[in-house]
Write a protein that binds this ligand. Structure first.
Ligand code: NAD
Length: 484
């Protein structure tokens, strides 16, 4: 049984008030999480504030860069511990955690450390009315204490995607990991101490959202900015909290992403790509595809092929050989996903694959398992097509023209990502321009270059992070004007 403690000012803090941490694969109790109350959240924020003026704030950029490289190396040195913590919390396959979550978690520190070492500042020479000149130049200064509120689907990856640039820019952070995945954020505290990151720079407070650590952190007046990844409705609550004191927010929110497959696409690559987009991480990827639109000439063949893929997964424990699909994150989330499975049936969907709960062996029967599922035949007005399910499922509908595909894809309040499959260069570029999303993949999905802008359009987010775009949120750009 693991005790997940808060990490405040470089020390481990128990609160006596704990909640359960369960293995989603079998619902076994595996840990106790110490929930932070007002006092702990306040102590974490104050420690972060003090660290800004302490040794951290006094570091030269190069020293900060070296420390962040040491953090990345520290994660890699303890690679197995991180993988084990991530798979204990999420149940995701070892293959996924060891190839995506943990390496990217480490890379996020190096990428932004290197960026900050190399990024240029803007300068403008102004000709003044007296015939002289003024030199304007930009100076980037840290924003201050950043509140980092994270989801459970890619816990270390998404958390470090924020903590990496925040620290590289010289800020300090208070992280509130998801209540479902306290493990890797806590472990990172150990690494911070091991490599000598000053106390108070990285803090972790555990707990839930409303009335708990999440809300307390977002309302704390000494937090200078809040970066959040999670559901759109949670974003609304955090934005209201941030409005007091006009604190800026950076939001990566929910999606209901479309996949569009044209008849001229490389069929096998498209099937494989959409299968990844729909089912990877048991469908719990914000960029995942739950609405697939396939051009009519290949519709039937595509439906059959994707159904085949959905039935082909091996479900099981993260380290069992051949396992390529894990459980959902929790029983609560399974209830939500299964409610949409029921709704699809009630509304008359054709269930091409899955649609229920798989038969699991005895030891796993109590886990949060659902079948990878493919439907057809629902109207576009269905809640299954309109609302984010965040499970291993998708609905496939036919389309005839490019214009129709664009209109269908855009008919949602969300606008995070899209994946388009075609061999026609013109179609590809036109879709790239017409789809109302932050990220449009052509003949690919989740192909990430960390220097590019990442974020959502419409109700899928506010702001962009990634590469130099992260500087917009994690620094204040000060202009200095010198009359020459
Ligand atoms: P969630 O919104 O339920 O919770 C996210 C975090 O917010 C958790 O740490 C939670 O405790 C906290 N929280 C909840 N209510 C709060 C409140 N009132 N004040 C402060 N904090 C609060 O999201 P989730 O279920 O953990 O994650 C799944 C969601 O995240 C999906 O909607 C998914 O699309 C989205 N997501 C988006 C991206 C992206 O990049 N756009 C990436 C991953 C996940």
């Amino acid at each position: 049984m693991t005790d997940f403690r808060n990490f405040i000012d470089g020390r481990w803090v128990e609160t006596g008030k704990t909640f359960d941490n369960r293995d989603p694969a079998d619902n076994r109790l595996i840990g106790r999480v110490h929930e932070a109350g007002d006092a702990e959240v306040d102590a974490a924020v104050r420690a972060a504030k003090a660290a800004l003026r302490g040794p951290w704030g006094l570091l030269k950029t190069q020293q900060r860069v070296e420390l962040l490289h040491a953090v990345a190396d520290g994660i890699i040195r303890r690679f197995d511990d991180f993988v084990d913590a991530e798979i204990a919390d999420t149940g995701k396959p070892y293959e996924l955690a060891s190839h995506l979550d943990i390496p990217r978690g480490a890379a996020n520190f190096k990428i932004f450390a290197d960026l900050i070492r190399n990024v240029p500042n803007e300068t403008f020479d102004l000709e003044t009315p007296d015939g002289g000149h003024a030199l304007n130049y930009g100076v980037r200064v840290p924003r201050g204490v950043i509140g980092v509120i994270c989801p459970w689907n890619l816990p270390l990856l998404l958390m470090t995607w924020k903590v990496g640039p925040a620290l590289a820019c010289g800020n300090t952070v208070v992280v509130k990991p998801s209540e479902d995945t306290p493990g890797t954020a806590t472990l990172l505290g150990e690494v911070m101490n091991e490599v000598g990151v000053p106390a108070g720079v990285y803090n972790v407070v555990h707990g839930f959202g409303p009335g708990s650590a999440g809300e307390k952190l977002s309302r704390h007046p000494l937090v200078d900015g809040i970066t959040f990844t999670g559901e759109t409705r949670t974003g609304e609550a955090i934005m209201q909290a941030a409005a007091v004191g006009v604190r800026p927010v950076s939001f990566e929110l929910g999606g209901k992403n479309a996949g569009i497959v044209f008849a001229d696409a490389d069929f096998d690559r498209a099937v494989a790509g959409i299968a990844r987009a729909a089912f990877d991480n048991t469908g719990q990827v914000c960029l995942g595809t739950e609405r697939v639109y396939v051009q009519r000439p290949i519709f039937e063949r595509f439906v059959a092929a994707l159904g085949e893929r959905a039935r082909g997964f091996t479900l099981g424990r993260p380290k069992d050989p051949g396992v390529n699909l894990g459980p959902l994150i929790s029983q609560r989330h399974r209830d939500k996903v299964l409610s949409y499975y029921a709704r699809a049936r009630e509304e008359g969907a054709t269930v091409v694959a899955g649609g229920g709960v798989p038969e699991m062996p005895d030891g796993l029967a109590a886990g949060a398992w659902v079948q990878p599922t493919v439907w057809t035949g629902l109207p576009e007005t269905s809640a299954v097509i309109q609302q984010e399910i965040f499970g291993p499922c998708c609905h496939i509908a036919p389309f005839d023209t490019e214009e129709e595909a664009i209109a269908l894809a855009n008919a949602t309040p969300y606008g995070l990502a899209a994946t388009v499959w075609t061999s026609n260069v013109g179609t590809a570029h036109r879709l790239g321009a017409a789809l109302e999303v932050g990220i449009c993949w052509i003949n690919s999905w989740f192909l990430r270059d960390l220097r590019t802008a990442f974020g959502g359009a419409k109700q899928s987010g506010i702001g962009r992070e990634g590469g130099v775009h992260s500087l917009e949120f994690y620094t204040e750009l000060r202009n200095v004007c010198v009359k020459l």
